[in-house]
Design a protein around this ligand. Structure first.
Ligand SMILES: [Zn+2]
Length: 460
């Protein structure tokens, strides 16, 4: 029997990245992500996996985003006890992301029990902080671009993918087949992360992400956009609130703000990073300074390439509460990115009702989120059971995504020396997958497939 690959997630959708490669009795799982977004998808996190996770021999991760690693504590709870491999930076991110995710799961269960929104009594969390701790005990690190064997018969190599700190695409060699799982691919000529490494020669099968399959991310320079919105708000003494995803996005914003201040395009005002997770993540970017580009620009002036005298990292709740009395001009960067939770919700409640302030949205705002309602120009938004009037200026900017656009992905695929036997399009919504399929067919002339959820394919 040839090896098989099973698409246990991120098939026909963006989240829940999980791909199981089986060879004989051995099973290697690439990524173990949480399904996120609409209820039907999140429900899949509760369904038993079609193959008992206790029979998996090892897991290899592409990176530390929750839709790629956030299901790990659940499989550990269900009996998985093998090693989990990632780069050292990914291991560092797991230490931040998994306990936080467990905390959110526990909060949600508590909320459901309090409100009675549950069919199960009592509602239980998908996993607990204890499960997350146990998972972290299974994590092993693997270096970039050095083959290792997580399971007998499998040789794995991790190649930088340019997406976020520690992110890789995974090359698996098994029974003479060479398979590449892209994870999330970054762009070329980016400020923080370097470009993705080229595909290894003679790849037989590629699983490629299609998040932005249909889109080119053309936009004006990010610093021009930031200056245009932030400078007037600071000039009128306002507080600028930037909801931002804790990992990656916050670092990038800090970089741009610092550059703008150094060039005199923005005044030197205090910048508060009010998110313990973002603070931890920023510190990790400092710790792994040689894995991204910021050191080149900034190392000369600080031991950490990101944290500067203007930037104040806030951890304690009391310090966060003190920010309620802060007078402008100042900037507060806080998670979550779509204002669905986290400390940014408090800041929005406090700052939205006043005209001088600016709320600047810097990432994708999904339907049904507070961020989306604010972006769409609503007069008010519900926060902690109260309708908070929106009088502050609201603006959004583009161009800060850690994903490459369709052109970047095509450029990366173009580094293959010969066409793979087959390319599997994963990690995309319907539109993105269709658009990507068309480009792979028309521009590369490659054979491709769009696998269905739970489909199993023989790599013959
Ligand atoms: Zn990602």
């Amino acid at each position: 029997m040839p090896p098989t690959i099973r698409f246990l997630g991120a098939a026909g959708t963006v989240t829940g990245s999980r791909f199981l490669i089986e060879s004989g009795e051995k099973r290697l799982l690439i990524d173990c992500g949480l399904f996120q977004g609409p209820r039907e998808l999140r429900q899949r996190n509760w369904e038993p996996m079609p193959i008992e996770p206790s029979t998996f021999d090892a897991v290899v991760l592409t990176h530390g985003h929750i839709d790629h690693c956030g299901y790990l504590p659940r499989i550990v709870k269900r009996g998985f006890s093998g090693p989990v491999y990632g780069t050292p930076a990914t291991a560092g991110l797991l230490g931040i992301m998994l306990p936080d995710s467990a905390h959110l799961q526990e909060e949600e269960a508590r909320y459901r029990n309090k409100k009675g929104y549950t069919k199960h009594k009592p509602a239980l969390p998908l996993y607990t902080k204890e499960d997350a701790r146990e998972t972290l005990g299974l994590v092993r690190t693997a270096p970039y671009q050095k083959p290792f064997s997580p399971v007998p018969g499998f040789e794995v190599t991790l190649h930088p993918s340019g997406h976020i700190l520690g992110a890789v695409f995974v090359e698996v060699n098994v029974e003479g087949r060479r398979i590449v799982v892209s994870g999330d691919i970054g762009g070329y000529d980016r400020i923080v992360m370097g470009p993705p490494a080229p595909l290894p020669p003679d790849v037989d099968y590629v699983l490629v992400e299609s998040t932005y399959g249909g889109r080119s991310q053309e936009h004006r320079p990010v610093q021009d956009q930031l200056e245009e919105h932030i400078a007037p708000a600071l000039a009128r003494g306002g507080v600028v609130v930037i909801p931002a995803f804790a990992v990656g996005r916050t670092t990038l914003i800090l970089y741009h703000l610092r550059q703008l201040m150094e060039k005199g395009r923005l005044p030197d005002v205090p910048v508060f990073v009010d998110s313990p997770m973002a603070t931890d993540a920023v510190e990790l970017y400092c710790k792994f300074g040689d894995e991204h580009n910021l050191r080149v620009d900034l190392l000369k002036s600080a031991s950490c390439p990101i944290v500067t005298p203007q930037i104040k990292l806030i951890r304690k709740v009391e310090e966060s509460k003190e920010l309620n009395h802060l007078r402008g001009p100042a900037v507060i960067v806080s998670a979550s990115g779509m204002a669905t939770g986290g400390r940014v919700v408090h800041h929005l409640k406090n700052r939205l009702p006043h005209r001088d302030n600016l709320v600047l949205l810097v990432g994708y705002q999904a339907m049904g989120t507070r961020g989306r309602r604010i972006l769409d120009g609503a007069d008010d938004v519900r926060i902690f059971g109260r309708d908070v009037p929106i009088r502050a200026e609201v603006a959004s900017i583009r161009g800060l995504s850690a994903h490459g656009d369709a052109d970047d992905i095509m450029r990366w695929l173009g580094t293959a020396r010969r066409p793979p036997r087959k390319t599997f399009l994963v990690h995309g919504e319907e539109d993105g997958l269709k658009a990507m399929a068309k480009r792979v067919k028309d521009e590369l002339g490659w054979k491709f497939a769009v696998p269905r959820y739970l489909e199993s394919v023989e790599l013959s």
